[in-house]
Design a protein around this ligand. Sequence first.
Ligand code: HXC
Length: 258
Amino acid sequence: PKLEFLLTETRGRVGLVTLHRPKALNALCNGLFIELNQVLKDFDDNQDIGAIVITGSERAFAAGADIKEMKDRNFIENYRENFLGDWTKLTQIRKPVIAAVNGFALGGGCELAMMCDIIYAGDKAVFGQPEIKLGILPGAGGTQRLVKAVGKSKAMEMCLTGSVNLTAEEAARAGLVSKVFSPDQVVDEAVKTAEQIANLSQPIVQMIKDAINQSFEIPLSSGLTFERRLFHAAFASKDQKEGMGAFAEKRKANFTHN
Ligand code: HXC
């Protein structure tokens, strides 16, 4: 089916999704999320894809949830339909997802980026949680993931004022963003990293993503046990024999994702 709000392509073993609602700075409307969830699921199920990149335009990654679509909603509708419940589907994608952020990543746009596994940013990117200025609060992880990414003081300041935003450089210094590039290079660099990951052993890549995500959910001792179990299990893979064998034989490993 034709997509209304997204562009998709594959580059090698990387699935690239571009948010494409230029007239509204990629405001995240319901239809966009339905399409995004479907496209991500298709990439996740596709064995020829090993990692995913999500990007927007140079002007905006996404300027937030669609305010015009949201403004007349009421409590009962929100509750009955579990409004925003669909947004977290992105966090159930098992393959690594890299956000390539240019321009505005505000409100739900910042939250969407934070649901991804790695964030690369263009040097004009702006990260912020302006919801307070609309009389609401972040509703898709802004009060939770942002704290873990930038610490309490910055997260409080951003969410409570709605006006203090982070530049790409500030976001990188705080740990929210891992690398900053010029705007025209962000997507290519994200795809390059994604391609690198996609050519490593896929089952092991998934174990690593799984283990790191556990660190946000469970106590350290349980996380270390979880990691140890997966570490043991890695030795059941052909890719472990290949990776270590290749090192010993001084050649490049050829992973078969088994
Ligand atoms: C709907 C939006 C929008 C949004 C921009 N637009 N952001 N429409 N929802 N979040 C629309 C504008 O209405 C305008 O449409 C067009 O995009 C261009 O935007 P301008 O405002 O004209 O551009 P500019 O002057 O450059 O200002 C850019 C901006 C500003 C600073 C990003 O657009 C802005 O403040 N947007 C809202 C940011 C925000 O509050 N985000 C949080 C949303 S709440 P027209 O038709 O006039 O051309 C949220 C809640 C999350 O995300 C809760 C859980 C998910």
